[in-house]
Design a protein around this ligand. Sequence first.
Ligand SMILES: Cc1ncc(COP(=O)(O)O)c(C=O)c1O
Length: 446
Amino acid sequence: MNDVDRQSWSRTNRPDLGAFWMPFTANRRFKADPRLFVGAKGMYYRTEDGREVMDAVAGLWCVNAGHGRPEVAEAVARQLETMDYAPSFQIGHPLAFDFAAELAGIAPAGLDRIFFVNSGSESVDTALKIALAYHKARGEGGRTRLIGRERGYHGVGFGGISVGGLVNNRRAFTLLPGADHIRHTLDLERNAFSRGLPAHGAELADDLERKVALHGADTIAAVIVEPVAGSAGVLPPPKGYLERLRAICDRHGILLIFDEVITGFGRTGQAFASQLFGVTPDIMTTAKGLTNAAFPMGAVFASRAVHDAIVDGPEQLIELFHGYTYSGHPAACAAGLAALDIYRREGLFTRAAQLSPVWEDALHGLKGTRHVIDLRNFGLMGAVELEPRAGAAGQRGYEAMLKALDEGVFLRFTGDTLAFSPPLIISEAEIGRLFETVRKVVEALD
Ligand SMILES: Cc1ncc(COP(=O)(O)O)c(C=O)c1O
């Protein structure tokens, strides 16, 4: 198709764009110049004008085994025909138990009690509620304070935005009382262009000690962090930071929650980042890669200690007044079991670790490129930070995304940071092509 054909094809086949109020999107700008994907297979999307575009973000950090896996589609179709839906309140169905047992088998040590939800945001709000219920059950109901970290992203529920640390997600809304934040770990002065974990900043974990000194440990229920912050632009933790946070939590009886919605299911080189770092939280949130994104689902992993403290008391009483109509949805469980099977069979949990040296070299090959002020990587996550244009922060990031799309690459931008987290099936040759395209795109920006 030439350009004129493409444009007329798009115009005639496009749906009416008015009704769909798009999430996290500048709606009017988008609808004035829309971009639509209409197909996806493996590493590539197909655009409405028939072009192939490399998916450099696994959709939204979620299609870890690549697009269009027939095993997942068939498992979902089979389950929908066998039994489309069954509730999980006071009745059960086998797949939810099977899937939970499988997840318990790959979970970080001891986190083998699984609560199903439908998204990352629900995973986070559920984890926060479990933390509060845990302390209450143990007679420490004064521990109501929830601590997050600046630049953290924990979804969009009221709990998640309260502990989240991105101002735009918070400013229009009422927040939970008592939520507080420790400092973020991004430090361009000391750590710019670090390969993998930055050397400086473990002491930033001590900020939690300041919160303890300020509020009293007996008011703090939990601390939640992403082991590698994703949405704020890929911020790997400084060496030793997570270990230090774990030690401070232990010292003060504070629960540690790892939000592994992005880092879970192979993104860092192990099934979960906590396994890679050797730091085990008390509660872990997941979603995204859980079903390879073919069906919306999340899962909260809790330790036996947390679970057993709550699931106690008279047998006939409901222990946790929490859950969703679709918790453990049969088709979601079928998708998740099929995805797990693929991850295991194709060795995808550890593939990021194998590819990571190639990924790191290719990404850091952009050092010296115009506008680039930092490069960060961990596992199969990467970020290219561009210098903001004077008086127009975020504009370079947006233009880079558009130009990259023209050049056949779908990337994600947050402000002036370009983020990358491809499906774990990416080849070494595709990694090379990806960052050569990024170089060309960035060089061409004003
Ligand atoms: C770390 C983290 N937590 C929670 C969420 C929210 O997930 P969802 O969009 O499925 O609600 C996200 C989404 O990007 C995330 O990155």
